[in-house]
Design a binder for this molecule. Structure first.
Ligand code: GDP
Ligand code: MN
Length: 380
């Protein structure tokens, strides 16, 4: 789950990382009121779950409350790469002497948290990595030892920060960011830019935090930060039903049991000359309710022209899945063609059940490739 900047900053503040004082606003009038409360120059910032807001005109300085209201009017409703701005964060403007970058994320190949720090902040980190890789200090944390100050110092020297005052503050922030990362079950905590003000104070001017969905049960306060309105309605519906659903841009709806099989199914549909409309994972189960839920999600996708049901029976038995499919089709009427490939445990029984009782729009194919070809043909 991605957090908005203001939510990320709320989390940072909780862990003692310096951020500017600010207010949330959803209208130009609220932005004006926020500017009155904060006093002086403010920065009006679009709250959308995508980066590069500055370049897209979503971050603007305002000199006084009237100006803040005007800037809010310009930013609200703006479409930033498909994200419409409905919330603003108005914070006390900072003077910037330097812009650094600091993040901690997972390095999956090393199986360790990875810190990255550079004095070349403010721009996309991919750009720094590509054009000036020597400026990017990288350091793996040892999760058993936890964060150690000597590691932080190594990171800071690596990035070439030589001012003692900055070193001290950045070291403190690195430690706190590590606490925030581990204690929030985050997958990414990024500060870009981490600024140094003219008087030498270091603070976070932006916040990008992603929390592991699977750990949200441990963080009800974070879980309730989710903005239902910003999510794709179909994805929200799928989440509500407990179905893993990923939207793709083709016309074959895919339902598999298990993420690995579902992903292979995506590939096979492409091999057969088609394009998947989505990727739906039933998980380990295949009971009637699970099948109904997944089918309900798939048929709501207007791009779906045929449904490819790909099941490999392991612990889930083929006859059970077949019964699930039949029950689901009794409970809901589906006009779209459905192609089923059943293999593995009790596949034979499952296929028999289907061929005895299945409606005419349900086609049973013996192999994954044949089923993919049929689904692609029916989607054309
Ligand atoms: P992003 O473009 O989505 O990453 O949004 P940021 O929050 O990083 O803001 C973009 C840029 O706006 C920053 O890199 C800063 O240069 C600038 N900016 C943001 N807040 C302030 C501020 O308080 N004062 C000044 N002078 N510039 C700011
Ligand atoms: Mn930024």
């Amino acid at each position: 789950m991605d957090l908005y900047e203001y939510q990320g900053k709320q989390l940072f503040r909780r862990f003692g990382i310096a951020v500017s004082e600010g207010r949330l606003a959803t209208s130009p009038e609220e932005a004006r009121a926020a500017a009155v409360e904060l006093g002086g120059q403010v920065v009006v910032k679009a709250q959308v779950l995508t980066g590069g807001r500055g370049k897209a005109g979503g971050v603007k300085l305002a000199d006084d409350p009237a100006d803040a209201e005007q800037k809010a009017r310009e930013i609200l409703g703006l479409d930033i790469r498909g994200h419409v701005v409905r919330r603003l964060w108005v914070e006390r403007a900072s003077e910037i002497a330097k812009e650094y970058y600091l993040s901690v994320t997972f390095d999956r190949s090393e199986k360790k948290p990875l810190f990255m720090l550079t004095t070349e902040g403010g721009v996309e980190i991919e750009e720094v990595a590509a054009t000036k890789p020597e400026a990017l200090a990288r350091l793996h944390a040892n999760v058993l030892e936890g964060f150690q100050p000597y590691q932080g110092r190594r990171l800071i020297y690596g990035a070439g920060i030589d001012d003692p005052g900055e070193q001290k503050q950045v070291l403190d922030i690195v430690g706190k960011l590590y606490d925030c990362f581990t204690q929030s079950d985050a997958m990414l905590c990024e500060i870009n830019p981490l600024v140094v003000t003219p008087d030498g104070t270091v603070k976070a001017l932006d916040a990008k935090v992603t929390v592991d969905d699977s750990a949200l049960f441990r963080h009800p306060d974070v879980a309730e930060m989710r903005d239902i309105a910003a999510a794709d309605p179909l994805e929200a519906f799928a989440r509500e039903k407990g179905v893993t659903y990923v939207k793709l841009d083709g016309s074959v709806g895919i339902l598999g049991n298990g993420a690995g099989l579902s992903m292979s199914t995506v590939d096979v549909v492409v091999v057969a000359g088609g394009r998947p409309a989505n990727f739906c994972d039933l998980g380990g189960g295949g009971d009637a309710q699970g099948v109904v839920d997944a089918l309900e999600v798939i048929v709501r996708d207007p791009d779906v022209r045929s449904i490819f049901f790909n099941i490999f029976g392991g612990i889930t038995r083929g006859d059970e899945v077949a019964r699930g499919i039949l029950t689901a089709l009794e409970r809901m009427s589906i006009d779209l063609p459905i192609v089923v490939r059943l293999d593995g445990t009790n596949a034979e029984e499952g296929r028999e059940l289907l061929s005895e009782a299945a409606p005419p729009n349900l086609h049973v194919e013996p192999t994954m490739l044949e089923a993919a070809r049929r689904a692609v043909e029916l989607a054309a």
